[in-house]
Design a protein around this ligand. Structure first.
Ligand code: MV4
Length: 451
């Protein structure tokens, strides 16, 4: 097992990783920018190193500074958290070259899954269902038209180098295709310096379902069920839940088994999330994340499995004790991401928290690095904390979530708490009747600026 882990991240996830390290009896090193000197993870770590000025590129993305921090403290492993360098294969390789363990997948798998086309090809080869579309990038408009006709309109033109929704254009009918191709190519060239595009059947009102996996890197892998992440605004998830209101346990175990088998064949190491669009009873692979995700506590709540503990254990080469039959689901969990943003305009609202009272009680978890008097810096994401609520049923979970949201006090900055207090009383949400466009449609109808 590792002696000392350097946590190359900040905020709530740095605290989350730090807690797991302490439970394992592993020494912890926090790194921070000058803007995060008073952050909670710095206070609770055994050691801390200032790695640069506020800008992420000069601090949390500063590889030489992170390596120096490992050198100074003698850390033998680095946990990257999520975001920043968590899916940077080069960073993982550099650490290994310096005999420092990267707590994450093999660099080759990070690289494959970071390329949208390669990821889709790999998924298909491993037996995971993908969205019907072109084999790879499309060449001439004539070739694109022939492929589009074979998959049927509407089709979606996607930038090969794209991601997170950037560089996508819908062609509803044949006569809209050439314009969609030209626009997508131009935007892709401008945004990514690469105008390659590919085609897919456009799914109009799908849900966004992701499968949690854990592998030991030597051919063992299990799934830990799914999370429904359909409630998003501009590709930013705000509400995630398990189980999905749209799936029964047979569908979950079906797609879960397919994904677990694929991860065994790949000899995947660590935690990972395989993302699907789900429409009319069918799952369609869209991408794979090779990191611990923001919303991992939702899965922890319904399985009682600590995903960060397991992630550290498999990275250290410990015996892979978990079997698929050990994964038992119970109850229902919902996570709300509370951001320091205006609840209607979503304008970031950094600043000092002058009153902070997180909710408590049975089935209420808060993952946050905020505290009374903490100043939310303007340089990073606006997450104040994650409210994760558990109930024996979805109904009980919603009741408890309503109560917890009403109890939550964060004064001094705007937060999205009022939006959640509204959503948790909406009929469609209570009925679980929503899809990936539902939130932006709701915001457009209820006075928020257009998505
Ligand atoms: C799609 C799609 C519909 N049909 N692909 C958005 C970013 C990237 N993760 C893939 N995305 C989509 N791909 C096909 N063939 C709709 C989206 C999409 C979306 C996907 C998941 C969650 C939120 C979304 C919001 C808008 C569009």
């Amino acid at each position: 097992m590792f002696e000392k882990i350097l946590i190359a991240n900040r905020g709530e996830i740095a605290l989350r990783v730090l807690r797991a390290c302490k439970e394992l009896g592993i020494a912890t090193v926090a790194v921070h920018s000058t803007a995060d000197a008073d952050a909670m993870h710095v206070r609770l770590a055994d050691e801390s190193v200032c790695i640069g000025p506020p800008a992420a590129r000069d601090s949390y993305l500063n590889v030489p500074a992170l390596l120096a921090a490992c050198e100074i403290t003698g850390a033998d492993a680095v946990h990257p958290g999520y975001g920043f360098l968590s899916e940077n294969a080069r960073f993982a390789e550099i650490l290994e070259q310096h005999s420092i363990h990267f707590i994450g997948p093999k660099p080759a798998h990070i690289r494959v899954m970071g390329d949208k086309i390669e990821a889709k090809r790999t998924a298909q080869r491993l037996g995971i269902p993908v969205v019907p579309g072109s084999e790879g990038g499309v060449g001439s408009d004539a070739e694109a038209l022939s492929i589009a006709k074979s998959i049927g309109f509407p089709v979606l033109v996607k930038a090969t180098a794209g991601g997170g929704g950037r560089g996508m254009k819908v062609a509803p009918t044949e006569d809209a295709l050439s314009n969609a191709l030209a626009t997508a190519r131009a935007e892709a060239q401008a945004a990514f310096g690469n105008d390659a595009v590919y085609l897919e059947k456009y799914l109009t009102r799908p849900r966004h379902i992701e499968i949690q996996v854990l592998g030991d890197g030597q051919g063992r892998a299990i799934h830990l069920g799914e999370r429904d992440c359909s409630l998003q605004r501009r590709h930013q998830k705000i509400w995630e839940e398990a189980h999905s209101p749209a799936l029964n346990i047979a569908a979950i175990n079906g797609i879960g088994a397919t994904v677990a088998k694929a991860m065994r064949d790949l000899e995947y190491l660590g935690v990972g999330t395989v993302e699907f669009l789900y429409e009319d009873g069918e799952f369609y692979f869209i991408e794979m994340n090779t990191r611990i995700q923001v919303e991992h506590p939702v899965t922890e709540a319904i399985t009682d499995i600590d995903l960060v503990l397991e992630q550290i254990r498999v990275a250290a080469g410990g015996d892979f004790e978990l079997r698929q039959e050990d994964v038992k689901f119970h109850g229902h969990a919902i996570e709300c991401r509370i951001n320091a943003e205006h609840p209607q305009t979503f304008r970031p609202s950094p600043g000092k928290i002058v009153a902070y009272h997180p909710p408590g009680g049975l089935g209420v978890r808060i993952d946050s690095a905020a505290y009374h008097g903490y100043t939310i810096p303007p340089y990073y994401d606006s997450l104040v904390g994650k409210l994760i609520v558990y109930g024996k049923t979805r109904g009980e979970c919603l009741m408890r979530l309503r109560r917890a949201l009403d109890e939550f006090v964060v004064d001094g900055v705007d937060t999205t708490l009022p939006l959640f207090r509204r959503l948790v009383r909406e009929k469609d949400i209570i009925d679980g009747d929503y899809h990936i466009h539902w939130l932006e449609d709701f915001l457009a109808k209820n006075g928020a600026p257009s998505a």
